[in-house]
Design a protein around this ligand. Structure first.
Ligand SMILES: [Zn+2]
Length: 185
């Protein structure tokens, strides 16, 4: 009986710490976005800024990938093995890029999708660096470097959009969130 009580308190303590951490994380993320005046999930106008302006409003990690065409280390993205239902946005400007339905496990070490959310959501550029012929994928709104697209993906498109998780923001589907909250109560 005693142990049950101890266990109960321990569990409560752990879960309250956990939710506290989550709260802090979220508020930090909100603050980061408030400092980025071009970030918007509703504004479709193109964003053209100088590199030094981007540097001021992006985190160093996002700036390195988005503006300097960097690549995150493989198997380091929280989105690489991530199956939540929702939408992925450009972390630099908030433009909608991919739906979770088109995400698949490619095993390549980066989040992979077989199709962008709409035709204009991304743009394509030939990339002949590193002695390879590849196609670079950039955000259709702010031209942030996202990753590359290869033709070894699954049906229906046969494409594999290999995307750096650092430049992705994820938002859970509203419907899924509602269901989750209803179950919790
Ligand atoms: Zn963007």
């Amino acid at each position: 009986m005693k142990w049950t009580i101890v266990l109960f308190f321990a569990t409560t303590l752990i879960s309250s710490c956990y939710s506290q951490n989550n709260k802090n994380k979220n508020s930090n993320m909100d603050n980061e976005k408030k400092q980025n005046p071009v970030y918007s999930k509703t504004d479709n106008n193109k964003v053209v800024l100088k590199d030094e302006e981007w540097k001021k409003i992006l985190s160093p990690e996002v700036y390195y990938i988005a503006r300097q065409k960097g690549t995150e280390r493989p198997f380091t993205s929280k989105f690489e093995k991530f199956n939540e239902h929702g939408t992925y946005y450009c972390a630099a400007c908030g433009n909608a890029l991919f739906k979770s339905d088109t995400k698949f496990e490619s095993g390549c070490g980066w989040p992979s999708f077989y199709e962008p959310i709409s035709k204009g959501s991304v743009i394509y550029l030939p990339d002949n660096t590193l002695g390879m012929k590849r196609t670079e994928v950039e955000c259709g709104r702010c031209k942030a470097h996202l990753g590359h697209v290869f033709d070894d993906g699954p049906p229906p498109t046969g494409l594999r959009y290999c995307i750096n998780g650092v430049v992705l923001d994820f938002e859970k589907a509203k419907e899924a969130e509602k269901k989750y909250n209803a179950n919790k109560q």
